[in-house]
Design a protein. Structure first.
Length: 570
C-alpha cells in the first residue's frame, strides 16, 4: 500500500498519479526508503538512511510526468550506502553522504552533456576520426534510416508501435517492404513513408515481423496491459535488485578486502572489472565502478560498431583493450582478463557470450579453479527468464513495453496510445541498479564467500517508476516544469538523439543554474581537445578522499593497447 496519496488511471490504465507535489529532495528520500523496504536482501539499515543528505531544486528538470530525477538520486544514494559498507570493511569511515538532486536530473542526459573546447559533445566534427562513425554509417545515413527508430500508429488507433532499426535499418525497411532508396526530402517525409506502412498492420503483426527477423520493435503498452502479459509475469517473480550467490559456489572462501593504506581511499580501489558491452547501460555501470576505485578494462572489438559519441563521456576512467576474437591470440588474452577479474559485466544478448566461452558458467568455472569467487552481471532488456529473455532490446524497447512511453505521451497532451520516447533513463538507471548489485555481491563475497550472479533488466528498472509507491507527477506539476524550462517539441517521431538535443537546449537557455552549478562538472585534457568537460560523479562522501572520481579523461573507441594488463590486484 502506498504511503502517499495517488489517483489511479489518470494517465492511462494502471497508472498512479500523486495528488500533491512532493519536492524532489524529499521525494528522493521517500523513494530511497521504499527501495530499501522492498529489498531487505540489500542489508541497509534505517540508521544508514539517515546518513544521506539530499539537496536541490523543488521541481524536476526532466520533461513529463515520470520521476526519473528522484529515482536516480535515490539509486545513487543506495550505491553510496553500500560503498560505505565496503569502505568500513577496509578500515575507512567515509562519513556522511551528499546527493545533489539537480545532478540527478541531468544524469539521464549524461551521454550528451559536456563540452570540448567550448563545443557541445553532439557538435564535435572529429568524433569519427577515432573509429567507425556508427551514427552515419549504420543509423543516420539517410533520414529514412533514422526514422526506423520512431514510434508509429497502427491499424488499431489506440495502440502504437516502437520501431527499432537496430544497427541495420536498411534490412528493417526491407522486411517491412519499404525500399531503403525511396526518395524523401527530410525526416518528416521519411516518417510519413513508414507511417503509411504501419497503419496497414496490427501492432501484433508488426512485432511478429520484427521478432521473426531478429529485430526488437515493441508494442507501446499501457502499464496495466504490460502486467497482464505472460513474460511480464515471468519478470515480476524477480526482485529489482536481482543478485544472489551462484549455485555450486558455496565452498569458495570469503575474499576479505585489504585494508586501505595508500593514497587512494575509494571503496573499490584494487578491484578488477572487465566490461564486455556496448551502448549505454553497462558502460555506465562500469564507469561508476571505476569512479569508486576499480580498475576497469573495456574490451572492444574492431569488428563491432559502437556509437562514437558515447565514448565522449562513458569511457572516463577506463582503459580500452581492442581485441578481435577471431584471432587466437586476442581470444587468449581476453580469456586471461576474464579469468582474473573480480567483476565481469556482460550486456550482449542473454547467453550469447556462452558460445564464445565467456558466459556465466565459464566465469564460475574459472572462479573454482583459482579458488576465488567472482561477480558476473548479465544486463539485458526483459530479464533472466521467460520466452523474451534472449530477445535483443534497447532502452526504447523497455520504455514501450513497461508503459513509460505511454504515460509520458499522455502527460505531453497526446491522445491515448500515442507513445513518446524518453531520455536514456532505462539505460542510465539500469547502470545504477547494476552498481548496487555489484556492491552487494562484493560485500557478500568478502563476508560469506562464493561467487555471485546478477541480472539487470531495463524493463524492471523502468517498472519501478510506474508503481503506486513511486507515483507519477500530476498534470499540474508537468505544466509547472514545462513553464519553467520551456522544452521544445517532443512527439512520437522524436528519436532519443533529438530528444537529448531538445532537453539540452532548454537546460542551456532556461536552466543555466544547473549547467553552471559548482561541483557538478569535471574537466580534463583528452584526445578530443584541451578542455574536455563532463558531468562529475554524483556521490559525495564527507570524507572527500573516499569520494568517487575518474582517474583520467574519456578515451576513444579501440584506442588502447590490445594487451592491457591489470594495474593492481586486491
Amino acid at each position: 500500500m502506498s504511503q502517499h496519496a495517488t489517483i489511479k488511471d489518470a494517465f492511462g490504465p494502471g497508472s498512479f498519479v500523486d495528488t500533491a507535489l512532493i519536492d524532489v529532495p524529499t521525494d528522493s528520500r521517500r523513494i530511497l526508503a521504499d527501495l530499501v523496504r522492498i529489498s531487505p536482501q540489500l542489508g541497509v539499515t534505517p540508521e544508514e538512511l539517515d546518513l544521506v543528505d539530499f539537496a536541490g531544486d523543488e521541481l524536476s528538470c526532466i520533461p513529463g510526468n515520470i520521476k526519473s530525477q528522484a529515482y536516480a538520486a535515490a539509486l545513487n544514494a543506495l550505491q553510496a550506502i553500500l560503498a560505505r559498507q565496503i569502505s568500513a570493511l577496509r578500515g575507512v569511515d567515509t562519513g556522511g553522504i551528499k546527493i545533489d538532486t539537480d545532478a540527478a536530473g541531468l544524469y539521464p542526459g549524461t551521454v550528451a552533456l559536456g563540452f570540448v573546447d567550448g563545443q557541445t559533445l553532439d557538435k564535435l566534427d572529429n568524433v569519427a576520426e577515432f573509429g567507425v562513425d556508427l551514427d552515419r554509417e549504420c543509423m543516420t545515413e539517410t533520414d529514412l534510416m533514422y526514422r526506423t527508430w520512431s514510434i508509429y500508429p497502427t491499424k488499431d488507433p489506440n495502440v502504437w508501435y516502437q520501431g527499432i532499426g537496430n544497427f541495420n535499418p536498411k534490412v528493417w525497411l526491407k522486411q517491412h517492404r519499404i525500399d531503403p532508396a525511396t526518395p524523401h526530402k527530410d525526416r518528416d517525409e521519411a516518417y510519413e513513408i513508414i507511417r503509411k506502412m504501419t497503419i496497414k498492420h496490427s501492432p501484433e503483426e508488426l512485432e511478429a515481423i520484427d521478432v521473426n527477423n531478429g529485430f526488437c520493435g515493441q508494442i507501446v503498452h499501457t502499464p496495466k496491459r504490460w502486467q497482464e502479459l505472460h513474460y511480464a509475469k515471468s519478470l515480476a517473480r524477480h526482485p529489482l535488485f536481482n543478485v544472489e550467490q551462484a549455485l555450486g559456489s558455496q565452498g569458495l572462501p570469503p575474499i576479505e578486502f585489504s585494508k586501505i593504506s595508500g593514497n587512494d581511499k575509494r571503496p573499490l580501489a584494487g578491484l578488477k572489472v572487465l566490461e564486455l558491452a556496448r551502448m549505454i547501460a553497462a558502460p555506465e555501470l562500469c564507469r561508476v565502478l571505476g569512479s569508486l576505485g576499480a580498475d576497469v578494462i573495456k574490451a572492444q572489438s574492431p569488428n563491432l560498431h559502437d556509437v562514437q559519441g558515447i565514448s565522449l563521456s562513458l569511457t572516463a576512467g577506463k582503459r580500452i583493450a581492442p581485441l578481435d576474437l577471431n584471432k587466437a591470440e586476442d581470444a587468449a588474452h581476453l580469456k586471461k582478463l576474464f579469468d582474473e577479474a573480480d567483476v565481469i559485466v556482460s550486456a550482449f544478448r542473454l547467453k550469447s557470450l556462452e558460445r564464445r566461452g565467456f558466459g556465466l558458467l565459464d566465469a564460475l568455472e574459472a572462479a573454482k579453479k583459482r579458488g576465488k569467487g567472482i561477480v558476473y552481471v548479465d544486463l539485458n532488456t526483459y530479464g533472466p527468464d521467460g520466452y523474451y529473455a534472449e530477445r535483443p532490446g534497447f532502452q526504447q524497447v523497455a520504455d514501450a513495453a513497461s508503459g513509460c512511453t505511454y504515460v509520458l505521451g499522455r502527460s505531453l497532451g497526446y491522445a491515448p496510445g500515442t507513445g513518446v520516447a524518453m531520455l536514456p533513463v532505462a539505460d542510465m538507471l539500469s547502470g545504477s541498479v547494476g552498481v548496487v548489485n555489484v556492491l552487494k555481491a562484493l560485500r557478500d563475497r568478502a563476508t560469506k564467500g562464493g561467487s555471485y550472479h546478477s541480472v539487470v533488466s531495463l524493463v524492471a528498472t523502468d517498472l519501478y517508476q510506474l508503481t503506486e509507491e513511486c507515483g507519477l507527477y500530476s498534470q499540474e506539476t508537468v505544466d509547472k516544469i514545462q513553464a519553467k524550462y520551456k522544452f521544445g517539441h517532443m512527439g512520437p517521431e522524436t528519436m532519443v538523439g533529438e530528444l537529448l538535443a531538445v532537453v539540452g537546449k532548454a537546460w542551456v537557455q532556461n536552466g543555466p543554474h544547473l549547467l553552471k552549478k559548482p561541483g557538478l562538472w569535471v574537466t580534463y585534457e583528452s584526445a578530443w581537445g584541451q578542455s574536455h568537460t563532463i558531468q562529475a560523479p554524483m556521490i559525495q562522501f564527507e570524507n572527500e578522499g573516499s569520494s568517487p572520481k575518474y582517474n583520467h579523461a574519456p578515451v576513444p573507441f579501440c584506442s588502447g593497447s590490445p594487451r592491457e594488463e591489470w594495474a593492481v590486484s586486491i
